[in-house]
Design a protein around this ligand. Structure first.
Ligand SMILES: Nc1ncnc2c1ncn2[C@@H]1O[C@H](COP(=O)(O)OP(=O)(O)OP(=O)(O)O)[C@@H](O)[C@H]1O
Ligand SMILES: [Mg+2]
Length: 274
């Protein structure tokens, strides 16, 4: 039986314990075919980073995995459950914060728990814990407009973490913050992940961020896009600022860069030809 074959009525089997399994996924918006035949697994304690050119379908892919968008081909499995609508246990951090402007930091963080029907006593216990974990203690009563972009991003992260998900879907979560805050948040995320490892899919435009965070980096490209290459990132854990200085880190970054840019370079070369 191959990796993605499936016994009658059950999830596909694999020798590794996968939390998320994406199998032969295809998605159209009307006549636009965004991606086709996308298959990959994410282990229980694995961070898979996804990079690809703007518009290749990264957000669409995450929304499909979150059950927010229907797929046209293939299937998504979360443990033994086929994903057809949003499931408890899967949390998403959106590309543009996704906070409710009329809710305070506290109520934004409590939102997922309330939606999941958590009793008030549990909300009162968990919200301060996660607010503190992301470094927002003291800002519980602030509204999103009263805190910085980096703090809003932390708030979005706390909201996702508060439901203690077993899968975290992150859509360029640090894209809208300055470079210094971004670096701080990357290491905060790694620290939090070391404390509470989960399956994570991390979409980013930053090759450096993908290599720093990912256990594997998936490169999406083409039109319609598909998985062009999966690169294993064998860098030791926990990853810290020292990781950025390792020669192997630079090699892997160049490798991902080369994979992502190969087509663009080919096109440029074609243009330069007389
Ligand atoms: N709701 C929608 N209806 C129609 N087309 C859409 C919709 N959402 C996205 N698209 C199109 O699908 C393609 C993929 O969009 P998507 O947002 O998934 O890309 P992305 O890889 O996340 O891009 P970026 O890196 O810029 O965030 C784009 O061509 C986009 O215009
Ligand atoms: Mg996107």
């Amino acid at each position: 039986m191959t990796k993605h074959e499936r016994p009658a009525g059950g999830a596909p089997v694999s020798k590794d314990s996968a939390r998320i399994r994406v199998n032969g996924l295809g998605k159209h918006y009307g006549t636009l075919e965004v991606f086709r035949n996308v298959s990959f697994d994410v282990g229980e304690r694995e961070i898979v980073a996804i990079v690809g050119p703007s518009g290749c379908g990264k957000t669409t892919l995450l929304r499909c995995i979150d059950g927010l968008l229907p797929v046209d081909e293939g299937e998504i499995w979360f443990d033994q459950q086929r994903v057809t609508s949003p499931l408890p246990g899967v949390a998403m951090v959106f590309q543009h914060f996704g906070l409710f402007p009329w809710k305070t930091v506290y109520d934004n963080v409590a939102y997922g728990l309330r939606m999941a029907g958590a009793p008030q006593a549990e909300i009162d216990k968990r919200v301060p814990e996660f607010v503190k974990l992301v470094g927002l203690a003291g800002f519980e009563k602030a509204y999103p407009y009263q805190i910085s972009g980096g703090m809003q991003q932390r708030c979005g992260l706390a909201r996702a973490l508060a439901v203690e998900p077993s899968v975290l879907l992150m859509d360029e979560p640090f894209a809208a913050v300055d470079a210094q805050t971004r670096e701080i948040l990357q290491f905060e995320l790694l620290r939090i992940w070391e404390q509470r490892p989960t399956a994570m899919i991390f979409v980013t435009h930053s090759i450096e961020e993908a290599v720093l965070l990912g256990h594997r980096v998936i490169v999406l490209k083409g039109r319609p896009s598909g998985i062009y290459e999966t690169i294993k990132i064998e860098l030791p854990h926990p990853r810290t600022r020292a990781t950025l200085r390792e020669p192997r880190f630079a090699e892997l970054r160049e490798r991902v860069w080369g994979t992502l840019m190969a087509e663009a370079q080919k096109a440029e070369f074609e243009l330069e030809k007389p």
